[in-house]
Ligand binder design. Structure first.
Ligand code: HEM
Length: 456
């Protein structure tokens, strides 16, 4: 009975937190509307109530059992349960983390999004968590997101299953395969440019995402597929995409529930595509073919669910990230006309050498030194994955500090990318800094270790 009560007490603040979190994420406008009046009242009363409950709970229920002599790192955990989530969302993330680093040093604790976290801001610590002691830190994602992507997607796993799938994704993105996609990708880019050229205002991020990165994702996952199936996939994918950051509720009509239903329909469309390929014995070099043709050492094959989850997983991993970085590139170049001119000159020279009508070649894509440095500097400045989520599977000691079992351990790529010791004048957009290779483990836009990005 008591433990039941305890579980309920612990569960409710998490619900509250998720609710607040989804409000903040979904719409600032909605948030301001609801924050005045009743909602604000309820929140403040609940905060007081939960603080009292927290203070009254026996201490051993709140602290992890420490089997080593190491201490928790310095830092502030903020309000009970709510932690520092409000500060995290109301500030520029650069400022939130860098002010903590200044105050507490390169390892500090905090509590955000309902998670107790140890944040690590040095390249050595990132290597420790992601590479040398990676077995002590498992990747974690909220259950609601795992359900939408599908539990078999590679990034939720470790060990043999993860490695086998990772190899398949890497194979579908090998140079040999990508080389053949260049003309199609170029055609998609030209098509996008044309649709922008009528003097109307466009939303850069949306265009990058819907028109460009989604289409490229479909191409590399399926090759060329029937227009009807592509449209169906697209329609349902956007419903899932919209529901991904909404409050997870299975009440009919909510965005999350709609997303779950759309995810089911995607599964059916993928089964149809798989069936057709099997019937027609179609073999390609795209991700779907790699997954369908995989055979384990004992002859095992992947189920349709495993295939679907990984297709959706890779689409998700590829799409937002790519569209975001392309949007930042546009912004940085807009702010820095000098670099914009250099990039334009480099691209025009290539166009000229192709006499204005030959398609871009693979060799040409590998030889764009100015554009390449602009991309690298944009990846550093934007640091679109600020930190990867990992959870300690045991009590871990690092540099005399304890990372307790069950706590998140997050290497802060963003802080490393903005450390003047590794990148002088870090706030300045300066692609020439990449004329010299960055020091090891200081530039990690694609992560590091066994879960690093295969789309790198
Ligand atoms: C600029 C674009 C991209 C950025 C900045 C980026 C960044 C990242 C990062 C930081 C991780 C590691 C996450 C972690 O350690 O938990 C990752 C993982 C991953 N990325 Fe990317 N990514 C990008 C594009 C892509 C593309 C184009 C694809 C596929 C075509 C892709 C597929 C994946 C997959 C499947 C994983 C999980 C790998 C695993 O768990 O083994 N990403 N990405």
């Amino acid at each position: 009975m008591l433990s039941c009560f305890y579980i309920r007490l612990r569960f409710s603040p998490l619900l509250l937190l998720s609710l607040i979190y989804s409000r903040v994420q979904n719409s600032l406008h909605y948030f301001t509307l609801t924050m005045d009046g009743i909602f604000a009242c309820i929140i403040s009363s609940l905060l007081v109530l939960f603080s009292l409950i927290y203070l009254l709970l026996p201490k051993r229920n709140r602290r992890p059992q420490n089997q080593t002599s190491a201490k928790l790192p310095p830092g502030s955990m903020g309000w009970p349960y709510i932690g520092q989530t409000f500060q995290f969302y109301s500030q520029d993330p650069n400022i939130f983390f860098s002010s903590k680093q200044k105050r507490f040093g390169e390892i500090f604790k905090t509590n955000i999004l309902g998670c107790r976290c140890v944040m690590l801001t040095s390249p050595e610590a990132a290597r420790f968590v992601l590479v040398t002691q990676a077995h002590l830190f498992k990747p974690t994602y909220p259950k609601s997101k795992e359900l939408l992507i599908g539990p078999y997607a590679l990034f939720f796993h470790q060990g043999d299953y993860h490695m086998s799938l990772r190899k398949l994704v890497q194979r579908s993105l090998s140079f040999d395969v990508l080389r053949n996609l260049v003309p199609d990708i170029e055609a998609l880019a030209l098509y996008s440019f044309k649709s922008w050229g009528h003097g109307h205002v466009i939303n850069t991020y949306r265009e990058m995402k819907r028109v460009f990165s989604f289409e490229v994702g479909i191409l590399s996952n399926f090759g060329h597929i029937e227009a009807r199936l592509k449209d169906e996939l697209k329609k349902n994918y956007w419903i899932v995409n919209t529901g991904y950051n909404s409050f997870p509720s299975s009440i009919p009509g909510t965005q999350y529930k709609k997303a779950l239903l759309a995810r089911k329909r995607i599964g059916k469309i993928l089964s149809e595509i798989i069936c057709e390929r099997k019937e027609k014995k179609l073999v390609g070099r795209d991700l779907l073919s790699c997954l369908m043709n995989w055979k384990g050492e004992k002859g095992e094959i992947l189920s349709d669910d495993q295939i679907a989850d990984n297709i959706i997983g890779v689409l998700f991993a590829a799409q937002d990230t790519t569209a975001t970085v392309m949007t930042w590139i546009v912004k940085y170049l807009h702010n820095e006309p000098k670099f914009l001119e250099s990039v334009k000159a480099e691209q025009k020279a290539i166009e000229k050498s192709n006499e204005g009508n030959l398609p871009l070649s693979w060799t040409q894509t590998r030889n764009m030194p100015i554009t390449y440095k602009v991309v690298l500097e944009s990846l550093r400045m934007a640091s679109i994955i600020s930190f990867p989520f990992r959870e300690a599977v045991a009590d871990v000691e690092y540099k005399g500090f304890l990372i307790p079992k069950g706590w998140k351990a997050m290497p802060l790529f963003r802080n490393i990318h903005y450390n003047p010791e590794y990148f002088p004048e870090p706030k300045k957009f300066n692609p020439s800094r990449f004329e010299v290779a960055p020091k090891p483990n200081t530039f990690m836009p694609f992560g590091s270790g066994v879960h690093s990005c295969p789309g790198n």
